[in-house]
Design a protein around this ligand. Sequence first.
Ligand code: NZQ
Ligand code: ZN
Length: 388
Amino acid sequence: MLGNFIYSNPTKLYFGEDSLKFLNEELPKYGKNVLFVYGGGSIKKTGLYDEIIKILKGNNKEIFEDAGVMPNPTVEKLYEGSKRAKDNNVDFILAVGGGSVCDYAKAVSVSAYCDEDPWNKYFLRMEDVDNKIVPVGCVLTMVGTGSEMNGGSVITNPATKHKIGHVFGENVFPKFSILNPIYTYTIPQYQMVAGFFDIMSHILEQYFSGVDDNTSDYIMEGLLKSLIHSSKIAVKNPKDYEARSNIMWTATWALNTLVAKGKSTDWMVHMIGQAIGGYTDATHGMTLSAVSLPYYRLIMPYGLQKFKRYAINVWDVNPEGKTDEQIAKEGLDRMEEYMKKTGLVMNIKDLGVTEDMLDRIAKNTFILKGGYKVLSYEEILEVLKASM
Ligand code: NZQ
Ligand code: ZN
């Protein structure tokens, strides 16, 4: 295990078909004024909106609605929500939706009482919070980001085409999250499979780093096997409770800080994916699927032993009579086959990227140093070209 670390996670999870009733146990812990945050209306179609309103009213809450949080929430929306939270003196933020709604709720929670522009402070200068934080709780309806049990908050600035994530500390993690796998049945197939790949990518970003014998890697291999197994079932039958519940649980553990412990972690697929997202507003998981294989094929020689282990332990490649390179390559080929069968986007052209954007996307990509190879601008461009 690399370095010294502290592990704790303050988010309480309520999981399963009956989990919504626990909202009645959580709400009394907070004040009267509740900001009820949700997205573009899926919760109205499913009836969850009515259930939430009933529970809020049953707990004598004053409800302030903040609707219309878009996928890849924008900084303009953040300004609007922060003002609403402050003007109404809200005591608690209830986020009901996917990663975008949860991320946005966290951003509002740290921005409502921020004296300066939160975009500059938190997303450009990456500063810590030093003002009042409004507590957040989540009811999750879309699976993938892990936002329900972490401090991540990703905001997009369409004017500058920057999509930037701030990983806040435990004081910003949701106080609780309610995870009912049945709420995920109505997610459109495209979003559902994008979420599956988001989970896979979160695990791989952490797995492909380090050369030590690390417990986190064994946990991640287990999570990956469960995800691959269950996603194959869910693609055919989205209402398979066992598959959807396993995937929901895997998504949470993929990015709730546990498996990052003792690891340097890579995150370059996400950095490239986010830069693409800033230009195209594309679905997050699909930006990752479109660039992953060109990226991994580029860095494979620098982390060959790990790619070999990945091929054998995750994709069941038989190593007999093969070189390390052949084994590692076969693992990535099997991953590609799985991705195509799952229905993932395999190139960035399909996300609206055009040749003239490549240079600016490469320049907007943050270069991180935790993986097997520190990429140059030219190499990012090479990955983007290979992803076209
Ligand atoms: O807005 P509504 O109408 O609710 O529709 C949403 C949205 O259009 C729909 N949806 C969600 N649940 C549904 C449903 N439709 C029918 N039935 C349901 N049960 O799905 C669409 C996508 O929702 P969104 O919340 O945008 O998806 P996701 O959960 O993938 O979140 C993506 C955002 O999270 C960020 C991404 O960058 C992106 O901005 N991420 C957050 C992370 C974190 N907090 O740690 C890490 C991730 O790597 C990621 O960057
Ligand atoms: Zn992600």
